[in-house]
Design a protein around this ligand. Sequence first.
Ligand SMILES: Nc1ncnc2c1ncn2[C@@H]1O[C@H](COP(=O)(O)OP(=O)(O)OP(=O)(O)O)[C@@H](O)[C@H]1O
Ligand SMILES: [Mg+2]
Length: 107
Amino acid sequence: MAAAVPAVPITGKTLLSVNDLVVEFRTRHGTVRAVNGVSFDLRAGETIGLVGESGSGKSVTSLAVLGLLPSNATVRGRVVIDGKDVLRMPESADFAAASSRWSCRIP
Ligand SMILES: Nc1ncnc2c1ncn2[C@@H]1O[C@H](COP(=O)(O)OP(=O)(O)OP(=O)(O)O)[C@@H](O)[C@H]1O
Ligand SMILES: [Mg+2]
């Protein structure tokens, strides 16, 4: 059986920390709560996957971390990259600079 070997050693340093993430969308039919209190950490050298049924909020979670949600979205919680809470960065350029180091595949 093949063993999974990290390409980069896991150093233990936390690079991304998502805490109690909530994402809601305002729609003409009311508010859709797409993500309801998601928390996880990603350490250097680690790869993580989000697993859940269709519509459970995997893509929306990833888009929130990358700062790519549409304008009808409201985000609460904390997304900390390199010690900076990117949800509270006033300039989108700052957000892009912080999250541009991440590679994220959203199916
Ligand atoms: N722009 C939007 N406006 C309103 N609701 C949205 C929007 N984008 C996503 N949603 C809703 O948010 C919820 C989560 O969607 P999401 O795409 O994150 O699910 P998923 O877990 O990635 O599903 P799948 O496995 O099918 O890809 C769904 O109910 C979806 O309809
Ligand atoms: Mg998806």
